[in-house]
Write a protein that binds this ligand. Structure first.
Ligand SMILES: C[S@@+](CC[C@H](N)C(=O)[O-])C[C@H]1O[C@@H](n2cnc3c(N)ncnc32)[C@H](O)[C@@H]1O
Length: 247
């Protein structure tokens, strides 16, 4: 199953993307989501056009409408229907969602002030093309150590094969695309699940282990054996990138 099929399936099953729905209104540097939100807020401006790549059901995107003149979410999967439903509910006149591919954006060169991606795609050349001079790209993504001990037992998962340091890879990629100022901040932390079933349910809903199915449940039971109390620990790793297009 490719990525698009996965998100189409998520929409079919749950009518939304069941993600961490936290929108951090008072961002702090202590957490990856907080730091990401801090950067998005910092470069938002009531005269700006902001584009959110891979906006999913549009929940996070919608929160940015009051800080920018125009906000556009890009989403190729059926989750676009959930985003458009949200748009109808919120009636925000400066917010819109387009069913498009982030690698072929329907925008002119040098036309966008701020491009963001919250665990969505990061098409560096296309982002560079559409950004205005002095424009920023803010991206939060999964690091190579994310859920590593679990992936070692299951035998697969995001970044499992490559083990390349995601932050190094991003820095090289964005420099090559022409960005001048590039900064990466890494976050290693733990998440806790109350039971084996809660962890399995989570893994069915996210792309950490591709094509996660009932056949993987026994591996998850093995992973959970090392936790004697009901707190099942999962290692998480996030990388936040800030890239600026300068003249
Ligand atoms: C992990 S989800 C994040 C959704 C949303 N940004 C959030 O934080 O809830 C990744 C999203 O990126 C979208 N995506 C994948 N490939 C894409 C592409 N080429 N162009 C635009 N979006 C894409 C997926 O369909 C999915 O909705």
């Amino acid at each position: 199953m490719n990525e698009l099929e996965f998100y189409n399936q998520q929409f079919k099953k749950y009518k939304k993307y069941d993600h961490d729905r936290s929108y951090v209104s008072a961002p702090s540097f202590d957490s990856p989501e907080g730091y990401f939100a801090h950067l998005v807020n910092l470069y938002s401006n009531t005269k700006n056009t902001l584009v959110d790549l891979g906006c999913g059901d549009g929940y996070f995107t919608s929160k940015l409408a009051k800080f920018n003149a125009t906000v556009i979410g890009i989403e190729p999967s059926s989750l676009i229907s959930a985003a458009n439903e949200l748009l109808e509910e919120t009636k925000l006149s400066n917010l819109s969602f387009l069913q498009e591919d982030a690698y072929q954006l329907p925008f002119d060169d040098n036309s966008i002030n701020l491009v963001i991606s919250r665990r969505g795609p990061d098409p560096e050349n296309e982002v560079f093309r559409v950004l205005k001079q002095e424009g920023h790209f803010v991206f939060i993504t999964i690091g190579e150590k994310d859920a590593l001990s679990l992936k070692e037992i299951v035998g697969r998962g995001q970044h499992f094969e490559s083990r390349i340091k995601v932050s190094d890879e991003l820095k090289i990629k964005y420099r090559k695309a022409g960005f001048i100022k590039i900064e990466c901040k890494e976050y290693l932390y733990h998440e806790y699940y109350s039971s084996k079933d809660a962890l399995k349910e989570f893994l069915h809903r996210v792309p950490i282990v591709e094509n996660f199915s009932k056949l993987d449940h026994s591996s998850i039971d093995t992973y959970c054996e090392k936790f004697t109390n009901s707190r099942i620990k999962l290692e998480r790793h996030r990388v936040v990138l800030l890239a600026k297009k300068s003249s």
